[in-house]
Design a protein around this ligand. Structure first.
Ligand code: F6P
Length: 371
């Protein structure tokens, strides 16, 4: 009997359990056995952390958030923090141990569900160790270039939009500016989609360096038109003209430093608005709320399709590839291409145009004549 193993790595995203469900059901329909590796590669490092997954085991998990397998963004077997006898943490390459266990368990395929970090590790296993790997793209940030969409994104946008809808009434009651920081790393997809849908006045994105003057001009324009409140959506990776992002602890770092933990730009922008526009301003960070909860119908369906498509690729023997959405179809792209580049919002895309045309300020000061 054929055996496969599935793991979920990196930050969790709504829809992970739907992928697991589809993989288990599609594999069982082919008479294959499925095992889950807990917390990324932990189960492949220690077989006690491998769990047998059957249809019974996964029967109600599709609508649930999180991942039944657990996840980690600190579990790279090529550079694993390990405590030595003296209690010191050392970085070790334990990838051979993973391969040994993979072979000992008789797996013929590893389905790795993850974002760019996890997919990079999966590709390394395929390339350097010959592991037959198939990737499934997951991230609320939607920043993977090789797939039109990742699952988790739609749920995150819905959560952020719902929050914006709720903020309008309190902002209006108090004539306040409300600044809402959303996730997305160096991509503005969550900010732009939720900002347009949730009626934001101003959206600040990593793709467009903002100017405080541009923001304050928009708030002043609102006032002129009798609107005494404003909603500002700020992507956590938004940056000013000096090309720095704000990191946890309010440090400023140069952009492009993927390892930094972003956060704090919302409060920073709120402070500037308070001083420069003289408006009563509050800020809030939506944070991990965007990663929680039940996946939307769209994300469930996409995740289920990805899971089933991954099993099809395993059957064909198309390894070192990632399943991807292209138009209405599932395709396979080489993992090497999938991890090559991260996807930002194109400046000339329809959503950017729509935002400007319906009067949303994107933080820049458009040239005169430009909308
Ligand atoms: O990549 C998903 C994401 O939620 C980002 O939007 C965010 O910057 C990061 O993960 C937060 O990571 P952590 O779970 O380590 O706080």
């Amino acid at each position: 009997m054929k055996r496969i193993v599935i793991s979920t790595g990196g930050g969790d995203a709504p829809g992970l359990n739907a992928v697991i469900y589809a993989v288990v059901r599609a594999a069982e329909s082919r008479d294959w056995e499925v095992y889950g590796s807990k917390s990324g590669y932990r189960g492949l490092l220690d077989p006690d952390e491998l769990v047998r997954l059957t249809a019974e085991e996964v029967k109600d998990i599709t609508p649930t958030g999180g991942t039944i397998l657990g996840s980690t963004n600190k579990g790279n077997p090529f550079a694993m923090p390990v405590e030595n006898l003296a209690g010191e943490i050392q970085i070790r390459d334990v990838s051979d141990r993973v391969m040994k266990n993979f072979e000992r368990m008789g797996f013929f395929c590893h389905i790795a569900v993850g974002g760019d970090g996890s997919l990079e590790i999966a590709h390394r296993f395929a390339e350097k160790k010959g592991m037959p790997v198939i990737g499934v793209p997951k991230t609320i940030d939607n920043d993977l270039e090789a797939t039109q969409l990742t699952f988790g994104f739609d749920t995150a946008v819905s959560t952020a939009t719902e929050a914006l809808d709720k903020l309008h009434s309190t902002a209006k009651s108090h004539d306040r500016v409300m600044v809402v920081e959303v996730m997305g790393r160096e991509a503005g997809w969550i900010a732009l989609n939720s900002g347009i849908s949730g009626g934001a006045d101003i959206i600040l994105l990593p793709e467009i360096p903002f100017e405080i003057k541009g923001i304050c001009d928009k708030i002043a324009e609102n006032e002129l038109h009798g609107k005494h409140y404003a909603i500002v959506v700020v992507a956590e990776g938004a940056k000013g003209k000096d090309n720095t992002v704000i990191c946890k602890g309010n440090d400023k770092k140069e952009v492009g430093r993927h390892e930094v933990l972003l956060g704090g730009i919302g409060e920073w922008v709120a402070d500037k608005i308070r001083t420069c526009a003289g408006k009563d301003t509050r800020s809030l960070v939506l944070g991990h709320l965007q990663r929680g909860g039940s996946p939307t119908t769209f994300d469930r369906l996409l995740a289920l399709r990805f899971g089933a498509a991954a099993v099809r690729l395993a059957e064909e023997g198309t390894f070192d590839h990632m399943v991807a959405l292209e138009g209405t179809s599932m395709t396979a792209v080489p993992l090497a291409r999938a991890i090559e580049k991260r996807k930002q919002v194109p400046l000339d895309c329809d959503k950017m145009k729509t935002a400007r045309e319906i009067g949303i300020c994107l933080g820049d000061i458009p040239e005169s004549g430009e909308k």
